[in-house]
Design a protein around this ligand. Sequence first.
Ligand code: NAD
Length: 352
Amino acid sequence: MSKVYNVTLIPGDGIGQEISEATRRVVEATGVKINWDVQEAGADVIEKYGTPLPEAVLASVRKNKVALKGPLTTPIGTGFRSVNVALRKELDLYTCLRPCRSIVGVKSYYKDIDLVVVRENTEDLYAGVEYASGSPEAEAIITQAKGKIRPGAAISIKPISREGSRQIVEFAFNYAIKHKRRKVTAVTKANIMKYTDGLFFDVAREVAKQYPNIEYEERLIDNMCMQLVQKPHLYDVMVLPNLYGDIISDLCAGLIGGLGIAPGANFGRDTAVFEAVHGSAPKYKGQNKVNPTALILSAALMLDYLGETEKSLALYQAVTDVIGEGKDVTYDLGGKAGTSQMADAIIKKLGK
Ligand code: NAD
C-alpha cells in the first residue's frame, strides 16, 4: 500500500484560497496520497479567532511537521509586525530556501538562470527588537553611543549569533551536496558591520572547511546585486543573513520573470513549511486570475522533501511543459487562462 502523508494546509487569505485549491488538486493528481489538515489563518479569520494566527494552526504544523501554506496578509494594527515572520519564529524555521530557475516560455531578460538563495530566517533586523523614537530603550542606547546616534532616533537591533549563522551555512553546504551544486557564496556587508556580518563570514569560513568538495567564496551585498544583474551565471548557491536574503530573493525572482513562478520553503530542525515567495495580492482576490505556479512549484519542493522525488520531478515537468506551450497560462505569462484552468492543464499533462 502506498504511504499517506499528513500535511497541514493553510490556504491563507487574498488569492490564497484559489491558488491553494489549484495546488491541492495538482498534488493529488501526482498520485501521492496526502491527508490534508486544513487550517484557517490570515486576515479573514481575525473576527472569528481574534488573531490572524490561531494557536490551532501552530499546533497542527507542530504535529504534522510539514505544511503547505498560502500567503497571509499582515493587517495593520493586529499587534503583529508580520504574521509570516511570527509563524517562522514560533516554529523556529531558521532557513528560507528559494530556488530560482528559468522556465522556457516565461518572458525575462535572462536565460538559463539556476540560482539558489538560502536565507537565515529568524535573526538579524527581523528579530523584532525595535525601539520607537523617544522610547526609554532608544534613549538609553543613544546615551550609550556617545554622540554616534542623533537624538530622537528610532532604533532597530541586528542580532547575528554564531549558532544561528552556523546552522544556516551548514544547511547551504548540505543542500549543495545533496543537489550536486558546485559552489556556495556567502553574502554580507562585513566591511561596514564588522562584528555582526563579520561573525557571519567567520562562521561561514569555518563551516566551509568541512566541505572541501564545494567551492566557497564571499561577496559584499552591494557588489552581489550588481554581479547578479550583470553575470548571474557565475553564481550557484548563496547564503545570506535575513535582510540581504529577503532582498536578493526578490532580485532573483525578477531574473527568472517575476513572483508568479518563484517557489519557496522554510525549514526548522524537523519542521518544513512550503510557500510561494509572493504575497496575498489582495486586489486579485476571488477573480480566478492569478498564477498558481509559485505555490505548485513549492508543493513540488514539498514532494521532494517527503521523499517523493520522482513525483516531484514529474510535477515540475508538467508545470514547465504547460508554461512552455504558452496556451493554458495566466495573464502574467501572456495567456488568458484562469487559475483553475491552468491547474487543469497541468493535471492533464500529469496524466500523460
Ligand atoms: P504581493 O506579492 O502580494 O503582490 C504584488 C504584485 O505581484 C501583485 O499586485 C500582482 O501584480 C503580482 N503577483 C503576486 N502574486 C502573483 C501571482 N500568483 N500571479 C500573478 N501575479 C502575482 O505583494 P504585496 O502587494 O506587497 O503584499 C500584499 C500582502 O501580502 C501584504 O499584506 C504582505 O504582508 C503579504 N505578504 C505575504 C507573504 C507571505 O505570506 N509569505 C509574502 C509577501 C507579502
